[in-house]
Design a protein around this ligand. Structure first.
Ligand code: CTP
Length: 404
């Protein structure tokens, strides 16, 4: 089912509809009243070959919302406005879309689109976090030019990305479980790092990388859902993390090293999903470099290799998982990286492949271990990758603690 709300991005929902139909979906479309001010229902009904539902008050079918909910394998809402997100988060059911969602138990994908100010407002942040905790998949909006000319976060994600997310969820047959039933990490303390570090050149510029932090955040959320006490050290916005999770915000490799190495002993599982800069400017300029001064000369020096340092300092029984971002995965190179850094497991991804790694909601990885672990996880959601990583780490944890 495709839900369309009333925002200027409603016209892009036509493309989402077309892509889902082309991919073989049998699509029912529900439009809110305000959505119909932007696009006509006829457009969707022609593409989906189904009448579009727009009201709860259709005397011909007074139970359409429960019937739609029962039939849906997945509901995707694109665009999701701030108003819709607030109503859905509060469990309101005054219109066809919200009533259907409240009656449904299938996976839900929400694709927000709104002005940056509305997206960043604490009310919207809280509502999104609440939905994410309930198992709703959020396809974050992109950054770019918005209606009205402002530039910022709030553009509806690309229809291709939305359709790929739906395809992935359907392929997995995901159902909202409200946490891992086994609670197999209960009693464990897990440290996860996420995001790309930013190494300052001057007060406004930095050397960074394309890591979004999504994979590390998915691992932290999944570990918490399995009962672990989680500390997330991240450079990214931790919206959507469950309440009670300890979150340490950092910026540079040095900050991250302090946060991680300072309390390494507190954790029995450490997962270094962050993309840490290998080099930083030797010294950050104290004031903004002016264009008139010409190109700045930036001399780079190595940063601390946090994972390698963990490999040296780790307490007995601790399991250490590294990541390897590669352009073209060479398994022997990845294995050598794992051994050189003293990790037990390494999760390698080819960041040059389509839909994999940095910034995407999907990933494809190999999990290699010093114990012979060799698991390929083909292209899937970052949540599924998180589950596979934690499955491998939990097995290792069991053996490691039995031996120590
Ligand atoms: N890592 C780290 N500290 C660094 C660089 C990387 O802790 N200064 C960690 C990453 O968090 C990841 C692993 O090391 O878990 C591998 O990172 P990657 O960038 O793939 O490897 P590099 O050691 O940087 O090697 P290269 O860039 O040459 O592939």
């Amino acid at each position: 089912m495709l839900g369309v709300c009333g925002g200027i991005a409603a016209y892009k929902a036509v493309e989402v509809c077309r892509r889902l139909v082309d991919a073989g979906a049998h699509l029912a479309v529900v439009m809110t009243e305000s959505a119909q001010r932007f696009v006509g229902p006829m457009t969707f009904s022609a593409l989906a070959s189904e009448p579009v539902a727009t009201t709860l008050w259709d005397l011909g079918d007074p139970l359409a919302h429960t019937r739609l909910a029962a039939r849906a394998d997945c509901v995707v809402v694109a665009p999701a406005t701030a108003d819709f997100i607030a109503r859905y988060a509060q469990g309101m059911a005054g219109d066809m879309l919200c009533a259907t969602l409240l009656a449904s138990t299938c996976p839900v994908v929400v694709c927000p689109a709104m002005h940056t100010g509305m997206w960043e407002h604490p009310a919207t942040r809280d509502n999104i976090a609440l939905l994410a905790r309930r198992g709703v998949t959020i396809v974050d909006p992109g950054i770019g030019r918005l209606a009205g000319g402002d530039i910022g976060a709030g553009r509806l994600a690309e229809p291709e990305e939305i359709a790929a997310t739906v395809r992935t969820l359907l392929a997995e047959g995901v159902r909202i479980t409200g946490g891992h039933p086994s609670g197999d990490l209960a009693g464990h303390r897990v440290l996860v790092t996420a995001g790309g570090t930013r190494e300052p050149i001057d007060p406004v510029r930095f050397i960074g990388n394309r890591s979004s932090g999504k994979q590390g955040h998915a691992i932290a959320a999944e570990a918490a859902a399995r009962g672990a006490q989680v500390c997330l050290v991240t450079t990214a916005n931790p919206a959507g993390m469950p309440p009670g999770m300890e979150v340490v915000g950092v910026e540079t490799a040095a900050d991250m090293a302090d946060a991680v190495l300072g309390r390494l002993e507190d954790f029995d599982l450490v997962i270094m999903a962050a993309a840490v800069a290998d080099f930083r400017p030797e010294s950050a300029l104290p004031a903004k470099h002016k264009k008139i001064e010409g190109p700045p000369e930036v001399s780079l020096v190595p940063t601390i290799d946090i994972l390698a340092e963990i490999g040296v300092r780790r307490p007995a029984g601790q399991v250490v998982v590294g990541f390897a971002a590669e352009t073209g995965v060479d398994r022997e190179r990845v294995r050598a990286k794992m051994l050189a850094k003293g990790a037990d497991l390494i999760v390698a991804n080819d960041v040059s492949a389509t839909g994999v790694g940095f910034g995407h909601d999907t990933n494809a990885v190999w999990i290699l271990g010093t114990d012979g672990t060799d698991i390929e996880v083909p292209l899937t959601s970052k949540t599924k990758v998180a589950q596979a990583v934690l499955d491998a780490a939990t097995r290792r944890l069991g053996r490691s603690q039995a031996n120590s």
